[in-house]
Design a protein around this ligand. Structure first.
Ligand code: CUA
Length: 338
């Protein structure tokens, strides 16, 4: 018996390691409701599992080979109306118990809340996410900034294949489908940094199609919006290092904007306030060494990315570029525009 328990626990642990457990650590109302539903369904299933196991072992013991229990003859005729009704009605009730709260919640989450406070246009593409703030007139990528305790409507689009937008700790997820706009309503709660990801197999670098979600206190969010929209085109900005700005202009500006002014056409992810980001491309630690390695060989990090390798830059140019990118912070950007 002891070893069978050990095996069962091992199996449970093995299954749990594959789970995205952050859904059970919600950081917003929608995610809270969804995690309650997960816990409720899990509890119902565990109770059923327990009953099945108890009955299984009971019968195993009762009808073991050397038991002297009297067994009724097995014939086609010995039907038992009571039992038949029980095993028809009981699963039906269990299904209703699971289906009713689940359907009710699905419909309530699909309905726009009366006080919708913010809209963000999300565009997925192989293999990154662009975030447009139509009311604030700014754009960013790979790092989504949101105010705390706010209802948000995400308008989901895609430039290429089907992606799926998912922030486990805020609730979700929903597909971004070519040719249509899907809406997802979420509500932020406490401030913090959360992981976002693509939840639909979309190509070679699907696993790395991640993003960071930064939920700010209201005042801090306003501050971020203001700084993100500041123009930091190299020739106009003096606080960020000149040499790095030159290297950026010559090598990167064709695809990446260094600020979130929404008019900028960026083929690659927008790099507004890049120096404040924890992650490169939403996935890898944004430190000096890794950023250099990423710029030299982006393909080693994200297979089949469109970004070319910049291993032609001299050591000095690379240092200056990384300094410039890491210098794109609120302090420098706002200081530079004064
Ligand atoms: Cu996009 Cu997976």
């Amino acid at each position: 018996m002891k070893s069978s328990w050990k095996v069962s626990w091992l199996l449970v642990c093995l299954f749990l390691t594959g789970c995205q457990m952050s859904v059970l650590n919600p950081a917003g109302r929608v995610a809270e409701e969804q995690s309650r539903l997960i816990i409720f369904s899990f509890a119902v299933m565990m109770i059923i599992l327990l009953v099945v196991f108890v009955l299984f072992f009971r019968f195993l013991w009762r009808y073991r080979e050397d038991s002297r229990i009297e067994r009724p003859p097995h014939t086609q005729e010995n039907d038992n109306k009571k039992l038949e009704i029980t095993w028809t009605v009981l699963p039906l009730l269990v299904l209703l118990l699971l289906a009713v709260p689940m359907l009710m919640q699905t419909y309530s989450l699909e309905t726009k809340t009366t006080q919708e406070e913010m809209t963000i246009e999300v565009t997925g593409q192989q293999y990154w996410w662009r975030f447009d703030y139509p009311d604030e007139n700014i754009r960013t990528a790979q790092e989504l900034h949101l105010p705390a305790n706010t209802n948000i409507t995400f308008e989901l689009n895609t430039e290429d294949v089907i992606h799926s937008f998912w922030i486990p700790q805020l609730g979700g997820k929903k597909d971004a489908i070519p040719g249509r706009t899907n809406e997802l309503h979420l509500e932020t709660g406490r401030p913090g940094v959360y992981e976002g990801k693509c939840a639909e197999l979309c190509g070679a670098a699907h696993t790395d199609m991640r993003f960071q979600v930064v939920v700010h206190e209201e005042e801090d969010f306003t501050d971020w919006v203001e700084a993100a929209g500041q123009d930091v085109t190299p020739e106009e900005n003096e606080t960020v290092q000149e040499e790095g700005a030159r290297v950026f202009q010559e090598n990167c500006l064709a695809c990446h904007a260094a600020d979130g002014a929404a008019t900028k056409n960026d083929q690659g992810p927008n790099l507004a306030l890049y120096g404040e980001r924890d992650k490169i491309s939403g996935s890898f630690a944004n430190d000096e060494e890794q950023l250099k390695a990423f710029l030299r060989h982006p393909n080693n990090f994200k297979p089949s990315t469109d970004m070319p390798a910049y291993n032609n830059l001299s050591r000095e140019e690379m240092d200056a570029l990384v300094n410039y990118l890491h210098g794109l912070t609120r302090e420098n950007v706002q200081g530079g525009s004064d």
